[in-house]
Design a protein around this ligand. Sequence first.
Ligand SMILES: [Zn+2]
Length: 148
Amino acid sequence: MASSPTVSEKTISDDDEIDYSVKPEFYDSELDAKDELWVHKKRNGVVSDAVLSCPACFTTLCLESQRHEKIVTQYRAVFVENCEIKNEEVVQVQSDKKLPKRKRGKNGFEAVEIGKVKPVCCSVCSTRVGVIDEDEVYHFFEVIPSEV
Ligand SMILES: [Zn+2]
């Protein structure tokens, strides 16, 4: 903040030009943080393995997911849609009896080695589809994958 430039009599177009060149910088820095997270994950070998859908109403839940290295019925994702986090419930990681047999390798929750996760449900039909961990990574256990 130096001396204020000669004021309103200066041409408006001058201000406009400055505006356009400055704005993108601000937006960039915000987007960068999010992009970085995703890019970082992609650089670690993450590419989308499947589009995930709700097993009950077939709503698309995630377009970019990563299949778990060992448990092929489990997927991780950072960006999701039509998902509702049940913030009021914090569950300890444990085996879930509700997991449908056809969808579980051995134990759907086995791979989540974190203390606390929150249940994630389909926002359309409220079917539980997975959990979100403390790093805000979604883990889907009960979804229908479509290979991409
Ligand atoms: Zn649903």
